[in-house]
Design a protein around this ligand. Structure first.
Ligand SMILES: Cc1cc2nc3c(=O)[nH]c(=O)nc-3n(C[C@H](O)[C@H](O)[C@H](O)COP(=O)(O)OP(=O)(O)OC[C@H]3O[C@@H](n4cnc5c(N)ncnc54)[C@H](O)[C@@H]3O)c2cc1C
Ligand SMILES: O=C(O)[C@@H]1CCCC=N1
Length: 393
């Protein structure tokens, strides 16, 4: 029974990015009375799930992500069918690397072992298929054939719409200010008080701010990512706009970090190519100008483009911002709060969580309602970190 004036739910999900929205969708599918709370009016571009495109791939070095992707492809297709919206475009995902790169070799080995459709591409094949992309001797390429693009904004809208159609409630523009643990959890926002048997916290880059008052100090770093779009030097000349699929480059140009790109979508004539990293930033300060960035990401991208895709102008035409929330090992956190089992946490998606969100949401919903988890959660447990509980507890 709820206290007078308070609405009681089976589950409350805090944060309506792609992870929270998919969690709420799965909970509603389980006929749980679910509330999804979002601090900003929807849609918004302040977190990690906005923008039109994300890469989808099975090409992972970690077998557990490749395994989860099998079901993700099915669930993305189901969502397309339920919403009547195209959300996935198959382009293939090129993986580029220096010959002998350990991660590249592991990705290829993993794809072979898991019988994922993929192919090696010789330098001659690369030249024919992808004119305008220039690899050097000693650099190699392969293709994850079913890799491609997810239409991110449309996907987020579709999940939220279906959640509401199943009876779910979304309250946007309501910031969670306080969480009182207990057998029934009390959630206070800037305008209301709610109760629930269980809650799921999927607050993206704000996770630390929501979890700290619950005595949990996770090793999360929030990074400001420059999302860069590049123009051809001479429109139509390089052939790159017509031919380039999604790609991921390991250790190219002498860089340890990854560079990745997606075909033209957001802006006609521009291609999105980004650096998989950024400078630490508080999400509230994301849009303030950075004086002396520690990682000169745009300079690195310019040098990558001059070297590998010289048909593009080496200065970005558009730069937008997005946030990563990284764990030290870049694996997600999918777990219960160590002291409060009916508080579930989904965090640290480390710049690669969108494609996996259908299964992440399923797992978080299982944790919340006490169903057996569909996957081995060992790589995602909080216990892999030292001293996550604050001394104050
Ligand atoms: C530039 C960029 C490129 C990427 N590329 C890829 C890719 O190609 N492929 C891929 O798979 N993944 C990619 N990712 C990663 C993917 O987008 C993220 O992992 C994913 O969007 C994380 O979603 P989230 O729901 O955890 O976070 P968010 O989308 O940030 O959602 C968290 C939500 O919680 C809300 N919230 C926070 N605090 C409160 C509060 N107190 N009360 C109420 N609401 C609150 C926030 O406002 C926010 O809406 C990329 C990310 C970025 C930034
Ligand atoms: O997750 C992905 O596929 C992309 C590309 C690699 C870096 C981050 N996101």
């Amino acid at each position: 029974m709820a206290l007078p004036g308070r609405t009681k739910y089976d589950c409350i999900v805090i944060g309506a990015g792609i992870q929270g929205s998919f969690t709420a969708y799965h909970l509603a599918k389980h006929r749980k009375k679910t509330l999804l709370l979002e601090q900003f009016p929807l849609p918004h571009s302040r977190g990690s799930s906005h923008g039109q495109t994300r890469i989808i791939r099975r090409a992972y070095a970690e077998h557990f992500y490749t395994d989860m992707m099998e079901e993700c492809y099915q669930l993305w297709a189901e969502l397309e069918k339920e919403s009547g919206t195209q959300l996935y475009r198959k382009t293939g995902l090129l993986v580029l690397a220096k010959s002998g790169n350990e991660e590249y070799e592991t990705v290829c080995k993993n794809m072979t072992e898991k019988q994922i459709p993929w192919e090696n591409l010789s330098p001659a094949e690369m030249k024919v298929k992808y004119p305008g992309l220039f690899l050097s001797p000693g650099e190699v390429a392969c293709c994850d054939i079913n890799g491609g693009v997810l239409y991110a904004d449309k996907a987020l809208r579709a999940v939220q719409m279906l959640f509401k159609q199943m009876g779910g409630v979304i309250r946007d523009g309501e910031k969670v200010m306080h969480i009182k643990p207990g057998p029934v959890v009390t959630v206070t926002t800037n305008s209301s008080i709610y109760e629930a048997d269980g809650i799921v916290i999927t607050a993206g880059p704000w996770a630390q701010k929501v979890l700290r008052p619950l005595g949990l100090q996770l090793p999360l770093k929030t990074l400001r990512i420059n999302v860069c779009y590049w123009r051809e030097k001479i429109p139509g000349k390089s052939g790159i706009l017509q031919s380039l699929p999604c790609f991921l480059g390991f250790n190219l140009n002498g860089e340890e970090h990854e560079v990745y790109g997606l075909p033209s979508q957001e802006y006609p004539g521009l291609i999105k190519i980004c650096f998989h990293g950024g400078n630490e930033a508080d999400p509230e300060e994301r849009d303030l100008k950075v004086q002396n960035p520690e990682i000169p990401d745009i300079a690195k991208l310019s040098s990558f483009i001059s070297r590998y895709i010289p048909g593009l102008h080496p200065r970005p035409a558009v730069v937008e911002q997005c946030m990563y929330t990284n764990t030290p090992d870049e694996n997600f956190i999918l777990d219960h709060h160590p002291l409060h089992k009916n508080i579930v946490i989904g965090a640290g998606f480390s710049g690669h969580g969108f494609k996996l969100s259908p299964v992440v949401g399923k797992i978080l919903s299982e944790l919340c309602i006490g169903e057996k988890e569909s996957y081995d959660l060992k790589p995602f447990r909080i216990s892999r970190f030292k001293t996550p509980l604050k001394a104050a507890l």
